[in-house]
Write a new protein. Structure first.
Length: 255
């Protein structure tokens, strides 16, 4: 995975401008310090099944988790996270005897919350590959109430082999406590939706198809599986900053 030194840096002006104090304008910005755009390949399930109805396909209370990594070039207080996802494997397709649904697009589900976690990195002693140090627990947990501003992006992914094509949605949240990332240090992030099955909710893929550093756990406490197909996953990290610039003085009346 590429770090921010080789990725596009975009300045997003997102907050209001406050005038008139001490002759300066306070301009709040959210520079995007890391970004991986979706590649429309498809998505992988990253969901806490909040349904109380038993399912042979995705058990009530079970959790599937996707992890992706990032490295920042400078010490950064991450204050905002954005990500992209989609629903699949659900109505209006017919229910199959095995518990899944027929192939084709799925209607949107209802997300009651998200759990975002930051993880440290470790080199696996068996594979020699970097992976999230999930056995040590997360460095920070961000609980998001509701659907994180779910917004239809107006286009679909390209998944047509099984489920899809599916509408893609963007999400985002502001961290009450910024995540303090140290320059040059690899971290991992997981994003899990709280939602009843069906449908499934998946984190959309990003980057070059077939290449990436991501992992997934297909069920609670399951093994970490290197995710080789689809690429990495679509998310962005931002840092809120405030810049003061001189305000333009008003002309006196009559001049």
């Amino acid at each position: 995975m590429l770090n921010i030194s080789t990725k596009s840096q975009i300045i997003a002006i997102t907050a209001s401008i406050l005038f008139g104090f001490n002759g300066f304008i306070a301009l709040a910005q959210e520079p995007i310090v890391f970004s991986q755009a979706d590649n429309k390949w498809g998505s992988y399930n990253s969901q806490h099944n909040t349904s109380v109805i038993p399912s042979s396909y995705f058990g009530a209370g079970d959790i599937a988790t996707v992890y992706d990594d990032f490295t920042l070039a400078t010490d950064t207080a991450v204050t905002n996270i954005g990500w992209t996802g989609a629903y699949y494997d659900g109505p209006p397709q017919p229910l199959n005897p095995g518990g899944g649904y027929g192939y084709g697009p799925a209607d949107a589900g209802i997300i009651s919350g998200f759990t975002v976690k930051f993880w440290s990195d470790i080199v696996d002693e068996n594979t020699g590959l970097h992976r999230p140090q999930s056995e040590e627990g997360p460095l920070q947990i961000v609980l998001v109430d509701g659907n994180a501003g779910e917004t239809d992006l107006g286009y679909t992914d390209a998944e047509t082999t099984y489920y899809g094509p599916n509408k893609m949605y963007k999400y985002g949240t502001t961290l009450t406590t910024p995540f303090q990332a140290v320059a040059g240090t690899k971290y991992w992030i997981s994003v899990v939706a709280d939602s009843d099955f069906a449908p499934l909710w998946g984190w959309e893929t990003a980057g070059e198809i077939g290449k990436g550093d991501a992992y997934r756990q297909d069920y609670l406490n399951g093994p970490l599986i290197k995710n080789k197909s689809g690429g990495d996953f679509a998310f962005s990290l931002s840092q809120a900053v405030t810049e003061e610039i001189p305000a333009t003085p008003e002309k006196p009346a009559g001049l």
